[in-house]
Design a protein around this ligand. Structure first.
Ligand code: GLN
Ligand code: ZN
Length: 758
């Protein structure tokens, strides 16, 4: 008999109930008790949704982040919040976001750093480690949730982050060796295991996704030390790994002294056979067979075909689960009333995925005939998706097949282009520009909302957006910026805007996924071959250009970013899908060029986010990602100037690929690092123009002219000044006009001052 379980459930709620409760509490509109009540309600609802499983995760619910929860469980919180007034929850939010729900200003502290959870779009609060750190057990949160689950007759399997992953995720504050803290950390884990055993817990899920990364011998050794220390505990440990293959950690994982392991059979199906060979015969093996990272229905018959031989070998030792926590998918497809019914039939959100799990387990345990109707319905949906001509567009496929190297090549080298562009645009030294968006006022948001809901007729909508474009252009002219933008007033989101106009995309109503804290994103769903029925940005851009004699920069989102911020079809390699996007955006680039737009920016904000977890696989990704950018951008004449923009600027390890994009100008985010991020340019002679950001748009602060000059001089130490541009770090859409105008004024006057000595 195969046992079923789940690794974690989305906590935000099908209608984002948690988000609204958190934000209500932070604004002082909700009491702590009311917030706690929302938590209880969501937990109860989610446990009910999982109750058909043999084991249900408990402790995965969080008011902000599971890593921050772990820090509290381990009594390991930054000293800056110790001794402050308020409840534990207040301190918890202080670390999460710099302030609790009811802080007066004097109790604000700086928030913990946030970073991406492995290669997902979920962000966790980074644990901070110093040599003298100590740990003390604080199991109350976990025990309270367990007690609740018990009361509801849930067969609870508590979930915690393992000690090695916890250390690995953290950052050392004093250059200490994080692993040196292991000796102090392990007794607290031992104690926790004792407490859980005392509660009658049989299985504990202990997450060590660090095992899918490249670990050196110290980290591998630490895993051995940790689990040999914990092995005497009177609870059974299910060591969970996910998000990738174990590769050279495979043998180590199999041999760790735990009662069972969970592996991700979606991202590493080929390893399963080897794992079964290596795994001692007294250990259980949990296979993650339902994809916890995307929203497609599983092909259940194919899964069974693959699984049955392993099930025969493993017998009672086989457990089944989604590949990873379902945190990374939306809650319930049933909530979608407006979704295209054909595409909806191909999808499965968290709730549906658990149902798939039940069907597979029943088929294994009782024979496929026990779920014949469900398997048949699944087969029908899977076949319909494969055959649909909304998925397969022969013209698009033929075009991708005909891609050749020259498609991604400019006519001439940068040096030749730069000469021609100088003649065409006649820009001063240290040219000034912005990254694209201008403040999105309440008015603009409302205009878009009213238009979408049908309240506002197209004509009125266009009139209002044009007025907004005109306002941005006039402001930019008054500021004396050199290269203007239209301001992106018509865009809600840089990916959604394009997805909505491309064939091959659908949009959900409630397909929210937690990004961090109360922030959720609703990734568009890329289901089919991508084509562009009509030009997407030309009319707005042309209108903006008609208002000014200054060059106006067209603004597009690049193919890699569109891909990385969408739920992407799983029936072909991502590289293939990306090429289709590249061709569609390439057409837009060329339409802009033909419409007389001389400067075109193609944003690749999320290029780095697609990097695989293992460095050994980076180059493969970079090769196709950069090629896709080149296909998009490089079909223009020498006189057309291509810009690209990236938010992060940790370029040290990928600078050659960045250079290979061959954009005429790249603008990047550097101001907060005080230009230290330009280090990459020390060792590598980046050949084209660069605009290092001089205005931190995440902060309400207005940079002074002197500050900007100082930053630019630092940039000038690394990059020849004739190739420097002056611009903010990123788009200005989240800022107020009252901040943006003085900041840009200082930026332009700084550039003018710099020109005096150029
Ligand atoms: N052009 C976009 C903007 O200005 C870029 C946003 C981004 O890089 N995230 O808003
Ligand atoms: Zn940016």
């Amino acid at each position: 008999m195969a046992t079923t379980h789940n690794l974690g459930f989305p906590r935000i709620g099908a209608k984002r109930e948690l988000k609204f409760a958190q934000e209500g509490y932070w604004k002082g509109q909700l009491s702590e008790q009311e917030l706690q009540h929302t938590g209880e309600t969501l937990r109860a609802r989610h446990w009910q949704a999982q109750n058909q499983l043999d084991w249900v995760p408990v402790g995965d619910f969080s008011f902000y982040d599971q890593v921050l929860d772990t820090s509290f469980t381990l009594g390991h919180i930054p000293s800056r919040v110790k001794g402050l007034t308020g409840s534990t929850l207040d301190n918890y939010f202080r670390i999460a976001r710099g302030r609790s729900g009811n802080d007066s200003d004097c109790q604000s502290v700086h928030a913990g750093e946030m970073t991406k959870w492995f290669d997902t779009n979920y962000h966790y609060i980074v644990p901070e480690f110093s040599t003298d750190d100590s740990f003390t057990l604080n199991p109350e949160r976990l025990l309270a949730q367990l007690a609740e689950a018990r009361q509801q007759n849930i067969n609870a399997k508590p979930v915690i982050v393992g000690p090695i992953t916890y250390l690995w995720l953290g950052k050392s504050k004093d250059d200490n060796d994080r692993l040196a803290l292991l000796d102090k950390l392990l007794p607290v884990y031992s104690e926790l295991l004792q407490v859980l055993a005392g509660e009658g817990i049989e299985w504990l899920q202990i997450d060590e996704p660090v095992l899918v990364t490249e670990l050196d011998s110290h980290w591998q050794h630490a895993l051995n030390v940790a689990y040999h220390t914990l092995k005497s505990a009177p609870v059974k440990l299910l060591l969970a790994t996910y998000f990738g293959e174990l590769a050279d950690n495979l043998k180590l994982t199999c041999e760790l002294p735990v009662a069972g392991i969970h592996v991700d059979a979606i991202s590493a199906p080929a390893e399963v056979e080897k794992i079964i060979d290596w795994l001692p015969s007294h250990k259980i093996l949990s296979l993650g067979i339902i994809n916890g990272r995307n929203i497609w229905k599983t092909d259940l018959n194919a899964t069974l075909d693959w699984l049955e031989p392993f099930a025969a070998k493993l017998g009672e030792r086989l457990w089944l689960a989604p590949s990873c926590s379902l945190l990374h998918v939306p809650v319930d497809l049933a909530a979608e009333q407006a979704l295209d019914p054909e595409v909806k039939n191909w999808l499965a959100f968290a709730t549906q995925k658990l149902d798939e799990l039940r069907i597979v387990a029943t088929a294994l345990n009782e024979g496929r005939s026990a779920v014949a109707a469900e398997l048949a319905a699944n087969a029908k949906a899977v076949a319909a998706r494969k055959q649909s001509d909304r998925v397969n567009n022969q013209a698009v496929r033929a075009r991708v097949a005909s891609i050749n190297k020259t498609l991604g090549e400019r006519q001439n080298s940068y040096a030749v282009r730069a000469q021609k562009q100088r003649l065409r645009f006649n820009l001063p030294a240290y040219p000034t520009t912005t990254i694209g968006s201008f403040p999105q006022t309440l008015d603009i948001r409302q205009t878009r909302r009213q238009f979408k809901s049908g309240e506002l007729p197209l004509d009125d909508y266009q009139t209002r957006i044009k007025a907004e474009i005109k306002r941005s252009v006039r402001e930019q002219e008054a500021l004396e910026l050199d290269v203007l933008v239209h301001g992106e007033a018509e865009r809600n989101d840089m990916v959604e805007y394009f997805g909505e106009q491309l064939e091959g995309y659908v949009f959900s109503q409630y397909g929210w996924v937690q990004s961090y804290g109360s922030r959720c994103v609703k990734p568009p769903i890329l289901f089919g071959d991508i084509s562009r029925p009509n030009a997407m940005t030309v009319a707005w851009t042309q209108y903006a250009q008609s208002l000014t004699d200054k060059p106006l920069k067209g603004m597009l989102t690049g193919p890699v970013t569109i891909l990385n911020w969408s739920f992407v079809r799983d029936d072909q390699p991502r590289a293939e899908t990306c090429k289709q996007l590249a061709l569609a955006i390439r057409d837009e680039v060329q339409d802009l060029e033909h419409a007389g737009v001389g400067i075109i920016q193609i944003d690749e904000a999320a290029l780095r986010e697609g990097l695989p977890l293992r460095k050994s696989q980076w180059q493969g990704y970079l090769d196709w990602a950069i090629e896709c950018f080149r296909i998009t951008a490089n079909g223009v004449s020498d006189e057309t100037q291509i810009h690209t923009h990236m938010c992060y600027s940790e370029f040290n390890d990928i600078i050659e690929s960045i250079a290979h994009m061959d954009a005429d100008v790249i603008t990047i985010e550097t101001s907060r690092s005080n230009m230290e991020l330009l280090d990459a340019f020390d060792h590598f002679n980046y050949p084209n123009d660069i605009g290092p950001g001089v205005y931190d748009i995440h902060s309400p602060n207005i940079p002074s002219q002197a500050h900007i000059i100082n930053l630019m001089s630092k940039a000038g130490e690394r990059i020849p000044t004739e190739r420097l541009w002056v611009n903010p770090d990123c788009g200005l859409k989240t800022r107020q006009w009252s901040e943006v105008l003085p900041a840009l004024k200082n930026m332009v006057s700084a550039a003018k001052t710099l020109r005096l000595s150029a």
